[in-house]
Design a protein around this ligand. Structure first.
Ligand code: HEM
Length: 536
């Protein structure tokens, strides 16, 4: 009865309708909230696992200003903090993956081994390109060298030629005599210039490494005196300085055609002069002038420079559609060897000397090892390097502390750490931060070569990058670096100028293309070998 009454009453019918409506809405609401909760949990789970989903949100990051984006905060950040340190501070705030806008470009910075692996290895095809400064592209005939070319058949062919033939261990053995001559010549000049005079370590190392590299590259002919190596070295240094300069054209590509700072024009001038040097050298080889020094006088071992190796390879493969058939492409590849890593190797030598001067224990250990393995009556030779385990650890520890930010560009959209990385984004792996992360390294800011005597750390340690675009110069760089550093440490005792103590050595740094010492290291050498005539 009561029910019939309720049904027949219009007022009660409305009440009943609104009651049902409420129940239905509440049910739909609960279902929607449930779906939202389920989906958000799922996305969160995938993000935390770093799953490669089709993520839709960009990484977090600081906001910039209209048009000028984040540039003012990077350039004028109050304390003039260099870029690699600024990135490390931002990672502490936003996490191991964050984004910033620099001009019209999106930059994504990653600072953990897991994310570095996702960029450099797991998704290496997506991050296979580099967006390098305009001055580098000008210097490399419009981006024809190995570091600029996108991953392609030509790139893969040339990389194989370099790794298998040109910079392989047997090839570096064959040009040892050429680099040795330059290193011994520099040591001799230093002995003759008299001790107790302060020497700029970077300048000295640059000269030794550049002369040794040029000798290895094209010094294997008896008419190599025709080539003005001093001019070639100066041009490489000028070229490097232009590549390191911040350029508006790089951050606002639309303005590139105006070349507002004139960097492109100056790079073209310097590259043009350097091109004339290498063209004339290659021409001489084609003309067959001068004879190749094919034997070491002392033991009859074969000597062959890298240009010769490259030319022989070109001749062998020219019928097979080799990209090296193009003389411009050939010269671009030659550039990878010549100025390629010279500056980088010299910079690491300066950092190693700096750290050794600040750490008596490491300096004593490295000298003791040199005395045991090489002896005071001998000069360091290439064959000693394998036995110099502590020196090897010193070099590795220097790489750990003072390198580097690895740059790649996304050639297709991808997801990293659960975030969307759009095509054309510039992705930077802050290896400097990974190499100093207290969760990965004990006493991370301490110079302790001993940590490398018995350890092997995969993505925790990446001074030469990783994957198919990893540095092709690893062999040459490490052999030359150890040879020059060991020779300097073995032939001389190095002291700070009067009044300066080890703990006062300045270690402030700056970010250019590489991480450099802000204040050059100047120290005083004293010859220490029992017979200084060894350098004669
Ligand atoms: C201390 C010395 C050096 C260091 C620390 C160093 C480091 C690096 C790094 C981090 C990369 C990027 C790798 C990546 O993207 O995963 C690279 C690429 C490269 N390096 Fe080095 N490098 C050094 C010396 C050299 C030398 C001496 C040469 C030449 C003989 C050289 C030639 C190259 C080339 C051609 C590439 C580009 C490879 C490609 O994209 O396929 N490097 N290097």
């Amino acid at each position: 009865m009561a029910d019939a009454f309720l049904i027949s009453s219009p007022v009660n019918r409305d009440d009943q309708f609104s009651g049902r409506w409420l129940i239905t809405s509440a049910t739909i609401g609960v279902i929607l909230v449930g779906i939202w909760y389920f989906v958000s949990r799922m996305v969160k789970g995938l993000k935390s696992r770093g799953g490669a989903t089709a993520a839709s949100s960009l990484p977090p990051g600081p906001r910039g200003l209209p048009i000028v984006s984040y540039i003012p905060f990077l350039m004028y950040n109050g304390k003039n903090i260099p870029l690699h340190r600024k990135f490390t501070h931002l990672a502490a705030q936003y996490g191991p993956i964050f984004k910033i806008r620099v001009g019209s470009q999106l930059h994504v910075v990653v600072s953990s081994p897991a994310l570095a692996k996702q960029v450099l290895r797991d998704n290496e095809s997506a991050f296979s390109s580099r967006n390098l400064p305009l001055a580098i592209r000008v210097w490399t005939y419009g981006g024809l060298d190995l570091s600029c070319l996108p991953m392609s058949q030509d790139w893969s062919f040339m990389r194989k030629v370099v790794l298998r033939d040109v910079l392989s261990n047997p090839s570096l053995d064959r040009c040892y005599e050429l680099r040795r001559r330059e290193v011994v010549k520099a040591l001799r000049e230093l002995v003759r210039s008299g001790s107790r005079k302060p020497v700029g370590v970077l300048e000295l190392a640059n000269k030794m490494v550049a002369n040794a590299t040029m000798a290895m590259t094209w010094g294997g002919r008896d008419d190599d005196g025709d080539v003005d190596n001093e001019e070639a070295r100066r041009l490489c240094e000028e070229g490097m300085a232009l590549m390191e300069k911040p350029n508006v054209s790089d951050v606002f590509p639309l303005l590139a055609r105006f070349d507002l700072q004139g960097i492109g024009r100056r790079a073209a001038e310097v590259a043009g002069r350097f091109d004339r040097i290498i063209t004339s050298m290659i021409q001489k080889r084609f003309d067959g002038k001068g004879s190749l020094i094919m034997e070491r006088k002392e033991d009859g071992r074969e000597v062959k420079d890298l240009l010769q190796v490259l030319l022989e390879n070109r001749e062998r493969s020219s019928g097979a559609g080799s990209p090296l058939a193009s003389i411009t492409q050939f010269k671009a590849l030659l550039l990878n060897i010549t100025p390629g890593g010279t500056g980088m190797v010299a910079t690491v030598i300066e950092w190693a000397m700096t750290e050794l001067l600040r750490c008596d224990r490491a300096m004593t250990n490295v000298k003791r090892e040199l005395d045991d393995v090489v002896g005071l009556e001998n000069l360091v030779e290439d064959h000693h390097l394998k036995e110099l385990k502590y020196l090897d650890a010193v070099v590795k520890e220097t790489f750990r502390l003072h390198l580097t930010v690895i740059q790649r560009e996304a050639v297709q959209p991808c997801s990293i750490g659960g975030y969307a990385i759009p095509k054309k984004a510039k992705v930077m792996v802050n290896a400097w931060a990974i190499h100093r992360d207290p969760r990965l390294w004990e006493e991370p800011t301490e110079f302790r070569p001993e940590r490398f005597l018995d350890s092997n750390s995969d993505f925790v340690y990446i001074p030469f990058g990783s994957g198919r675009r990893m540095c092709v110069g690893v062999n040459l760089a490490t052999r030359l670096l150890k040879y020059v550093l060991a020779s300097l440490l073995h032939s001389f005792d190095w002291k700070l100028p009067a009044g300066e103590g080890g703990s006062t050595v300045d270690v402030s740094d700056e970010f250019t293309l590489i991480i450099k010492k802000k204040k050059p290291l100047t120290i005083v050498p004293t010859p220490r070998l029992s017979c200084p005539d060894l350098h004669a």
